[in-house]
Design a protein around this ligand. Structure first.
Ligand SMILES: Cc1cc2nc3c(=O)[nH]c(=O)nc-3n(C[C@H](O)[C@H](O)[C@H](O)COP(=O)(O)OP(=O)(O)OC[C@H]3O[C@@H](n4cnc5c(N)ncnc54)[C@H](O)[C@@H]3O)c2cc1C
Length: 528
């Protein structure tokens, strides 16, 4: 399906700031999105970076066994796109030249949230529609240009090598093996820093247990996602000339649809079920499922365009994370991407989380101070990035499933539903919501006073029974904007999520003892 792209070449030293190379050898375990971005992040500080990947790595875009998800639709959120450009300048421009579509998702993508179409607006949320296979191949080509980096593919990591330094375990390398040579001995690679980018959070747990180190607690959140992806022929006038359609699942319609224009001129289309049964694999059943999501454009695409291949199914029962913040990790070890947290794919966060973490790793290594302290500081930021994504998934899945513990979580779910409802007609609410979805702003941004007032104003125009997916906990007063005087009884209710968020933020700050904020990309001209 992929024509052979001619990847542009770069001089990686051109214009790059010079940093002291205070690391000798860095091993990056896993050569997928997180591993490649980690290699780019540490390269300015290391004499040598070796990326160890089990699969043979092709020069061109192509599937491989270690990343079975790569043939499902992937979108790169605006925050991830900006982070990749920061690490590898010009990356998104190159990808656009190769056929990817970059644009403000608030204007370029028809978004249905909470059962309604969000009004088009300007959100400064430039996301990238590109196949995951193309993105990974491009990143490989960029990382190969870095003089200090070697990609050691077709090599299995069997475990970590450790020693005890001043009472704290220290990772000093990794045991590797040629997967084609079952009889052969493991080899050992030395490293000053080992970055774990092996994907599933479970792998390192076994390695830690074998060494007798504390194994970080493993947390799973049931998401029960079943999806299937196909490709459709595409013409430029489809869906009003936009490059994407996103139909988010709701309590009433626990089904999701995502169509994205791809660099090869086709649509990639993923249908997702939060129900017990997956989207049907037969053409008629798949088409009918497409018509059952909220965005009519998904069904229309299936009616009018040739389906180029049978739908490819995928199942993800849980989002999982390693609670590294609750234990002391061995020194000389850093973790990034899905190896730290794998998220519900329907929120399109995984690659962006990895990219934001890679920027955080780069920034922390650029600071002066002891290396172990810098890595600890990186982990605090990496966890903060995960928290942001994880909280969004948990809130949204509770909204879809009608679950959630206690009044506070339910109130938060209701509040987000009210934001989505208001975003159908209020461009500022659409902007605020999509900036959070794109991880440009934290979820707390939805509770800025200016946003709360707009949500109240929008909700006041409908009786609560007409609200889209989850009812607001109170009858909101009918108030004219912009002079809003909310009477006292409803105010505490609508502000409850604000108070909860403030409490959570305070608790996290205390837990992190002054860890730095995760958000580098500032909102230009927010409404609050
Ligand atoms: C269905 C689906 C759809 C998704 N859609 C999106 C989306 O739209 N947007 C988005 O941002 N994210 C999406 N994601 C998430 C995204 O795929 C990942 O979060 C992202 O690719 C980061 O992955 P990673 O590099 O951390 O891990 P992985 O991609 O899992 O890579 C791990 C790598 O480590 C290698 N490896 C593992 N063990 C070893 C070993 N012992 N020795 C050597 N190598 C090893 C593997 O071969 C692999 O190359 C989706 C995920 C799924 C499942």
């Amino acid at each position: 399906m992929f024509a052979t792209p001619a990847f542009p070449t770069h001089d990686p030293d051109h214009g790059a700031p010079i940093h002291p190379r205070h690391l000798g050898t860095v091993l990056v375990l896993g050569g997928s999105i997180a591993g490649l971005l980690a290699a780019a992040a540490v390269a300015p500080f290391a004499d040598r970076v070796v990326v160890v990947e089990r699969d043979p790595l092709p020069d061109q875009p192509g599937p491989r066994p270690g990343t079975p998800q790569a043939q499902q639709s992937h979108a790169l959120l605006a925050s991830g796109c900006a982070a990749i450009d920061e690490l590898l300048p010009g990356a998104s421009h190159d990808l656009v030249v190769l056929g990817a579509h970059k644009g403000d998702s608030a204007a370029e993508v028809h978004t249905f949230a909470g059962g309604g179409r969000l009004t088009a607006t300007v959100a400064g949320a430039d996301s990238l529609a590109v196949s995951r296979l193309m993105l990974e191949a491009y990143l490989r080509s960029r990382v190969r240009e870095l003089a200090v980096v070697t990609l050691l593919d077709n090599t299995d990591v069997r475990g970590l090598r450790g020693e005890l330094t001043m009472g704290r375990p220290r990772v000093s390398g990794a045991h590797i093996h040629d997967p084609g040579d079952q009889e052969g001995e493991d080899e050992s690679l030395d490293a000053d820093l080992v970055v774990d980018a092996t994907g599933s959070p479970g792998r390192a747990a076994a390695w830690f247990a074998r060494e007798g180190w504390d194994v970080p607690e493993h947390e799973a959140f049931a998401v029960g996602v079943r999806c299937a992806t196909t490709h459709l022929a595409r013409s430029s006038g489809d869906v009003g000339g936009r490059t994407g359609v996103l139909s988010l699942a709701t309590r009433q319609t626990p089904r999701q649809g995502l169509a994205l224009a791809q660099e090869d001129g086709a649509w990639t289309l993923t249908l997702t079920s939060y129900e017990d049964r997956p989207p049907p694999a037969d053409p008629e059943g798949f088409r009918a499922f497409g018509h059952s999501v909220d965005a009519p454009e998904i069904g229309e695409l299936l009616d009018t365009h040739e389906v180029l291949e049978p739908p490819r199914p995928y199942r993800l029962p849980h989002s999982t994370r390693r609670r590294i913040e609750r234990t002391t990790l061995p020194s000389g070890y850093a973790v990034i991407g899905d190896a730290l947290c794998s998220l519900d794919p329907n929120f399109r966060q995984g690659m962006s989380v990895a990219a934001l973490q890679a920027v955080a790793l780069h920034d922390e290594l650029a600071q002066s101070g002891a290396r172990d302290k810098r890595v600890d500081a990186y982990h605090r930021r990496a966890v903060a990035i995960v928290d942001q994504a994880w909280d969004m998934v948990v809130t949204a899945v509770h909204g879809i499933r009608g679950t959630g513990e206690g009044r506070s979580e339910k109130a938060f779910v209701s509040y987000v539903a009210a934001v989505q409802h208001g975003a159908r007609s209020d461009p500022e609410l659409a902007r605020a919501f999509l900036r959070v979805v794109n991880m440009l702003d934290p979820p707390q941004a939805l509770m800025r006073p200016g946003i709360v007032v707009r949500v109240a104003g929008a909700a006041a125009h409908l009786p609560p029974t007409h609200l889209p997916s989850v009812h607001l906990p109170v009858h909101l007063p009918k108030v004219p904007l912009p002079e809003v005087h909310l009477p006292s009884p409803p105010l505490p209710e609508i502000l409850m999520p604000v108070q909860i968020a403030a409490r959570r933020t305070k608790a996290r700050r205390a837990a992190r003892k002054g860890g730095r904020t995760a958000y580098k990309i500032k909102d230009q001209g927010s409404v609050s």
